[in-house]
Structure formats: C-alpha cells, structure tokens
Design a protein around this ligand. Structure first.
Ligand code: CP
Length: 321
C-alpha cells in the first residue's frame, strides 16, 4: 500500500477486519517488519489519540518513530506556491518535504481543512504535495476531507459489538460552538457504505455531505425518525460542507441544541451503542448520561485506533519489502 486516504486503499474490508482481529490478539506478531525502518509523523494540527495510537502502532511493528509538530519547534512552513515569503514563514513545504522524506521510510500527515476554500480543501492540496514530492508511502492521520484511521477503528468497534448481521448505523450531526471539518463524517459515511450496514445520515438542512463520501446513503432530516430502531448512533459535528450552498462552506449555520444526543433520542433506538471519535464537547454533542452510560463505546473505539493504525502501517511495510 503506497497511500492511505480512502476506504478503497485498504482493499477487501473482511480481510482487513480479520487482520485487525489477528493483531488485537497479538500486537507484536509483525514486529520484524519495521526493523531498521523509520516512520515520520507530521502534525500540522493538535492531536491526542492519533498522536499516541499511531506511535504505539509503529512500535508494535518495530519501527523507529520521529514526530514533528510543524510550526512548534520547526520552521514555520509556507504551503502555497507563488507566495512572496516576506512574512513569518521561513521554509517552503516543497523543500521541507523531500528533506523530511530523506530521514524516513513512510510518512503520516495530519493537516486539517482550512474551511475557507472548498476547492483547496477537497483537492487535498497539502497531503497531495506529500504524496507527489516525498517519494515515500504517505498515510492520512486526518487530512482536509478524510480521517480513515478513525473510520477503520470505528468499523472494527462496530464489528466487535454488533449482534446482527446488518445493524442500523445512524450518523448524526450535533451542535458545536466552532466550525469543524467534515473529515470524520466523510470517512465514517464512506467506510460504512463499504461495510455491510444499514447507514442513515441525519442532519439539519444545509449540512449535506459531499456525494463522494455519502453516496446514495439515506439522509433523514428528522433526527428522531432517523434514530428509530438504531443499533449504533455515531454523533459528530461538522461545519457546512457547501454542497447545497457553496457560499456557506466551512460556516456554522445551525446551533440548534435540540440535536444534542441525549436520553430522549436514545429512547427510540434499539438500545443503541453510542459512538464518537473524541474529543467531544459534553452537553453540546452528547449529554453526560449518554456518554457515561453502559452503551457508550467511546473508550474502546479510541483504543481501537491502535489496531487500525497497526493494520495500515503493516500493509505499508509489506509493500516496502
Ligand atoms: N479522534 C481523533 O483523531 O482524536 P485526536 O484529534 O485527539 O487525534
């Protein structure tokens, strides 16, 4: 595997899930694969889970790990071509990428959407430059439009907790005080469509996700109706994707607190499990009682980030042999 951004990069999901089970039973089974290899993890944005779980996954595979927080301790990087660099950015990404790549065998990149220019975000400009100019395998640790390591961990978690062949999985928008990217809901929708689940997406009007990710999944604007009979509820905020109203791209266009997931909505589900990628704003996205309740999976879901990352890095290392 040379790049990891979309669900198609991982191939057969059943095979990937079987590998996840194998690795969960013996995390160090493939420790030899990373011997004398180095993973570089580059963060343009903050992270707790991705930072720790990807490092742990790399070490499970015997890799050396270098972590770089761009703009904190390194030179500030310019990412746009043609800019007269007379500001506070001392180095251009186009020099920095090949230099960084010379010290490693594979590269993970976290680079969030700017949320001002839909075309720039949806063309994955920064991740694309790493793919084009590094000459090394590149995997997303959440990029402008996708968070595949999270979606793979979410799928592993659903596989572990489902009690029917084709569970009903509801992806619900919930309110948040700040504008957030669409990467997590995009990837969640993409991966659930590829898996054997009954996916329903619910959000206020104007929050329609890009068809590239959501495809022909059922969209229900009535949150209570969407929740009826759900086996899994996946809550997430996202800013306006600009699909129906391009001028609103990246904006907070709804603050309706009735969308906060609480016992009222969970009561109409099939005793659904609650999921969220974390970090989560309590009593904005979800009430205390639901996230702390017996059906909440947020902790095992986060723990599965180590497993999804180990499978992905293993696949990349196998491609280097
Ligand atoms: N879910 C997730 O990616 O968490 P972090 O932003 O803390 O890495």
């Amino acid at each position: 595997m040379k790049t990891f951004l979309h669900v198609g990069d991982i191939g057969c999901l059943q095979t990937a899930l079987a590998e996840a089970r194998e690795i969960k039973a013996d995390r160090y089974k493939y420790e030899h694969l990373g011997h004398h290899r180095t993973a570089l993890l580059i963060f343009f944005n903050n992270s707790l889970r991705t930072r720790l779980s990807t490092q742990k996954a790399a070490r499970n595979l015997g890799l050396d790990v270098i972590v770089l927080d761009v703009n904190q301790g390194a030179w500030k990087l310019e990412t746009e071509r043609g800019v007269i660099m007379d500001g506070d950015k001392s180095e251009h990404l186009l020099e920095a990428i090949p230099v960084m790549a010379s010290y490693c065998d594979l590269i993970g990149v976290r680079t969030f959407a700017g949320l001002t220019d839909r075309e720039a975000d949806y063309s994955e400009r920064i991740l694309g430059q790493f793919i084009r100019y590094s000459g090394k395998p590149v995997f997303s640790m959440e990029s402008a439009t996708a968070h595949p390591l999270q979606a793979f961990a979410d799928l592993i978690t659903i596989e572990e907790h489902r009690d029917k062949k084709r569970p009903k999985v509801v992806l619900t928008w919930a309110p948040h005080p700040r504008a957030l990217p669409q990467a997590v809901p995009n990837s969640f929708a993409e991966w659930m469509r590829a898996a054997d689940v009954d996916l329903v997406v619910t959000h206020p009007e104007g929050y329609e996700l890009d068809p590239l990710f959501v495809g022909d999944a059922r969209v229900e604007y009535d949150q209570m109706r969407a929740f009826e009979g759900a086996d899994f509820v996946y809550a997430k905020n996202w800013s306006c994707p600009g699909v129906t109203r391009p001028a609103d791209y990246g904006q907070v266009i709804n603050r309706d607190m009735s969308w906060t997931v609480g016992s009222r909505q969970m009561a109409v589900t099939n005793d659904a499990h609650f999921m969220h990628c974390l970090p989560v704003r309590r009593n904005m996205i979800v009430t205390d009682d639901v996230i702390e309740g017996p059906r909440s999976l947020v902790i095992p879901e986060a723990a599965n980030r180590e497993i999804s990352a180990t499978v992905v890095l293993k696949r990349i290392l196998e491609g280097l042999q």
